[in-house]
Design a protein around this ligand. Structure first.
Ligand code: NAD
Length: 479
């Protein structure tokens, strides 16, 4: 598909006329081109957004909500086209995109379209002396920079609250996966969103993305992506005192106690290890298993992993598709080599998978399970972001907590036990922004979402995001 920028309500060629190839990971073929935008395109988007801001921010909440609900409806109507585009860009199974990613993108708009109607600010009475109340106004222009793994879902997770709160937006999707954002631009035009309210500028992170992070006219930036990029964005934002939210990488522990609900634990561990080829920031690539259960769990888990089919993302039944790029495949496989050097035993997988037919040149990696590694080795410390998990035994709650917390990251953690008291005690001690007990990926969008330590700064989700995208102002009246 020939992707264009969406600026001032129009689909535009990039200012410099240059394009990047869009490559389908499942086949290695060029399937389209993406604007290779830079600072001049971001400047055009800023001008358009500044022009749109006074009218958009003055609309009633109900009017803004109506726009977002129309967009949600059109995402739902175009679900099949969006899911296929998302699969073509990312390599993920079409069925996964159709049942998870695209419906969740529609829910993001629906959720914030309605949340804004219930968003209240505070009042504080100082006895009979004075009354304080807090007004919350949109900040102005919001930069929303998103990654490739859940492209439409994570872009809309930022855009929807920013727009609902009355800001105008400059979105910068990943250059690897531009198509669903482009289709969203068309949907916004069809939905009648006023020109300049949402602008989407495509291109490389170091050009288009950096121009968003640097621009003094964009006072708030919401970023999801790698920790190293987050550091650069924070550094770029600091001189302009921008408000920044950073959702970064993870190395999440999946803690399995011997008294876990076994079948559920095993099935969900497969999902939390290999869904989306392990390319979800909330996946659990370190599975910590209490010693009495270790061998049983290991053998069953490996057997079920061997049963997962890897292949053409368009064929129903394939559980894993391609990983996002050749470079990413090479990175994942280099970590398997590193694991071997660090003394790990590869129990299954560990290699590229060659798929016949349409996908013979695609970038597929076998789901991989490794044991025998020290908790502090690089394989157990660094984010791989692919279908590679390690197994580590533990002997006590203290040891489980120490190993779980023993990385620079703190995004998510899973705890599997039927002992309610232990579940609460362990959850309280884990350094992670979200902890799932006997489940994974269940989300109530009203809850705060984000990471600790190097997994991020700030929280998204629920009213947190509406607070982030608004400026509080306190008024104090003497009584
Ligand atoms: P990335 O950091 O390479 O890129 C993310 C986005 O930032 C892209 O749009 C990219 O073009 C842009 N970018 C790159 N350099 C930039 C710069 N200097 N200035 C401004 N923008 C720049 O990440 P990725 O490889 O696309 O995504 C994978 C990473 O995202 C993983 O680390 C994963 O854990 C993380 N992630 C985190 C969450 C979360 O909620 N915490 C969710 C999904 C993914």
């Amino acid at each position: 598909m020939h992707v264009l920028n969406y600026i001032g309500g129009e689909l535009r060629e990039p200012a410099g006329g240059a394009y990047l190839d869009n490559i389908e990971p499942a086949t290695g073929a060029v399937i389209g081109r993406t604007p290779d935008s830079g600072a001049p395109d971001v400047e055009e988007a800023v001008v358009a957004a500044e022009k749109a801001f006074p009218a958009w921010s003055s609309l009633s909440v109900q009017e803004r909500s109506g726009h977002l609900l129309r967009i949600a409806g059109l995402i739902e109507e175009n679900r099949e086209e969006l899911a296929l585009a998302e699969s073509n860009d990312t390599g993920k199974p079409v069925a996964l995109a159709e049942t998870v990613d695209i419906p969740r993108a529609a829910s993001n708009f629906r959720f914030y379209a309605t949340a804004i109607e219930h968003f209240a600010s505070d009042a504080h009475a100082m006895g009979r002396t004075a009354l304080n109340y807090t007004l919350r106004a949109p900040i102005g222009l919001a930069g929303c920079i998103s990654p490739w793994n859940l492209p439409l879902y994570l872009l809309t997770w930022k855009i929807a609250p920013a727009l609902a709160a009355g800001n105008c937006v400059i979105g910068k999707p990943s250059e690897l996966t531009p198509t669903t954002a482009f289709l969203l631009s068309r949907i916004c035009i069809e939905a009648g969103l006023p020109a300049g309210v949402l602008n989407i500028v495509h291109g490389h992170g170091h050009k288009a993305g950096a121009a968003v992070a640097d621009h003094p006219g964009i006072p708030v930036v919401s970023f999801t992506g790698g920790t190293a990029t987050g550091r650069r964005i924070a550094a770029a934002a600091a001189p302009n005192f921008k408000r920044v939210s950073l959702e970064l990488g993870g190395k999440n522990p999946n803690i399995v106690f011997a008294d876990c609900p076994y079948e559920d634990t095993l099935q969900t561990a497969l999902l939390s290890s290999f869904s989306n080829q392990g390319e979800i920031c909330l996946c659990g690539p370190r599975i910590l298993v209490e010693r009495p259960l270790y061998e049983t769990f290991r053998d069953d888990f490996v057997e079920r992993t061997r049963g997962l089919t890897v292949g053409d993302p368009r064929e129903a039944g394939n559980r894993l598709g391609a990983v996002v790029s050749e470079a990413h495949m090479d990175k994942i496989l280099s970590y398997v080599e590193l694991a071997r050097e660090e003394g790990g035993r590869v129990l299954c997988g560990g290699q590229r998978v060659r798929v016949n037919g349409r996908c013979r040149d695609g970038w597929f990696v076998a789901p991989t399970v490794i044991e025998g590694l020290a908790p502090d080795c690089r394989t157990n410390q660094e984010e791989i972001f692919g279908p590679v998990v390690t197994l580590l035994p533990f002997d006590s709650d203290d040891e489980a907590v120490a190993k779980a917390n023993g990385t620079p990251y703190g995004l998510a953690a899973m705890v599997w036990t039927d002992n309610l008291g232990r579940a609460h005690r362990v959850a309280e001690r884990l350094h992670a922004g979200i902890i799932w007990i006997n489940c994974w990926m269940l989300r109530d969008l009203r809850t705060p979402f984000g990471g600790m330590k190097q997994s991020g700064v700030g929280r998204e989700g629920g009213f947190e995001a509406l607070r982030f995208f608004t400026e509080p102002k306190n008024v104090c009246i003497k009584m």
